[in-house]
Ligand binder design. Structure first.
Ligand SMILES: *Cc1c(COP(=O)(O)O)cnc(C)c1O
Length: 375
């Protein structure tokens, strides 16, 4: 364990796996431009370390979801284009200019504020026009009013339209009918803008699922997120398309072990009571570390190459593991909460299925408080 980590629980980030994944994505995409999505601290993996690897391996830009995330990258010295994928209210226009952040534009009002600030600063701000092609989240609607608004933005002083941006709602589903309708909506809107004399250098629509299964949506640039980190966007995509390696593992040292008699209650609410004399270990990791409390009674760890059940309610900062069937186990041994050891593995998909969420949320959660060790 790294010496500057003052806690015997941690996340391991395998930068070789990250390297493998982006090379694999590159192999699949050919020469399309890769805008690497490093929002939410690179899905919990650490955005600075991830960005370094992804740019080295040929990503040409980074995409984030908040201005704070963009600022962190700039202050760390990253000079590549940074795409802000969320709406930036007009009052933050000066931040876009100061940190050279490329926003998506979804309203005439915000764009007018960007334009005014850019004129005042004597700069030209690159922007993407955002189209709501069917996600129902952000962007101009694909109707006459939406087109008129997009044209007004394109005509504003000191704004330079780089391209058209949109996002899929369900590209990770086996049935691609809705995605094809989104592609058609995107294509028509782009054609209408170009017919109006607005060149769209970069059309950009694809997330991980579309990169895997919708080559018709690749256009000029793509925005991979979860596949960079070694996980598939859903269990409906064909995993054989990309050979991905999981980048994140979650581990904790067993900080205490005790032998207790049958009938001993463990953790808050005494929901677990031993049925036999048991060896109970304590792990310094809990729901504030992204290990969901909803996993209580359903979780397992890997200790000495074997599965061991997590028992009782998961606490905020600790949880307990039943080590009765693990021969030779001792305090100081490592428990793997997510990751693999030989043929045993615990995936974010397993944790997500047991807690009613998706792998995306599981990996983001582990990134919140646990320190990271990079390998
Ligand atoms: C998060 C996000 C992505 C990446 O999605 P993945 O499914 O992780 O590839 C791409 N585009 C937008 C707009 C996003 O918000």
């Amino acid at each position: 364990m790294a010496k500057d980590i003052l806690r015997p629980s941690w996340v391991e980030i395998d930068l070789e796996a990250l390297t493998h994944n982006i090379r694999e994505i590159r192999r699949h995409l050919g020469d399309k431009e890769i805008v690497a999505v490093v929002k939410a601290d690179a899905y919990g993996h650490g955005s600075l370390a991830a960005a370094r690897v992804l740019l080295r391996e040929g990503a040409s830009a980074l995409a984030i979801a908040t201005l704070e995330e963009a600022k962190e990258l700039r202050e760390a010295g990253f000079r590549c284009p940074i795409l802000m994928m969320g709406i930036t209210p007009g009052r933050y226009a000066h931040v876009l200019l100061e940190y050279d952040i490329t926003p998506v534009v979804t309203s005439v009002e915000n764009a007018a504020d960007y334009s005014r600030a850019a004129v005042e600063a004597g700069e030209v701000l690159p922007v993407y026009l955002a189209l709501d092609s069917g996600m129902g989240r952000i962007g101009f609607l694909p109707d006459e009013a939406g087109l008129a608004a997009a044209k007004r933005v394109a005509a504003m002083d000191n704004l330079r339209v780089v391209g058209l941006f949109s996002h899929f709602a369900s590209a990770d589903e086996a049935d691609k009918a809705y995605s094809y309708r989104q592609i058609e909506t995107f294509r028509n809107f782009a054609a209408a803008l170009e017919a109006a004399g607005i060149p769209l250098l970069k059309k950009m629509l694809s997330n991980s699922a579309a990169i895997m299964e919708l080559p018709d949506a690749w256009y000029d640039a793509v925005r991979p997120g979860i596949i960079l980190y070694g996980y598939y966007p859903s269990d409906e995509v064909d995993a054989s398309i990309l050979d991905l390696q999981p980048v994140m593992s979650v581990k904790a040292e067993i900080v205490q072990i005790k032998t207790v008699p049958a009938g001993t209650a463990v953790s808050y609410g005494r929901r677990f009571v031993t049925e036999r004399e048991s060896l109970i270990g304590t792990l310094p990791l809990g729901y504030a570390d992204g290990y969901p409390r909803a996993l209580s009674g359903k979780a397992r760890a890997i200790v000495r190459g074997q599965y061991a059940p997590i028992i009782g309610n998961i606490c905020m900062d600790q949880c307990m593991v039943d080590l009765t069937d693990i021969p030779g186990v001792k305090a100081g041994d490592t428990a793997i909460l997510m990751g693999r050891d030989g043929d045993k593995r615990i995936t974010p998909e397993e944790i997500a299925a047991k807690t009613g969420t998706i792998n995306y949320e599981v990996i983001c959660g582990f990134g919140l408080r646990l320190r990271k060790i990079y390998k």
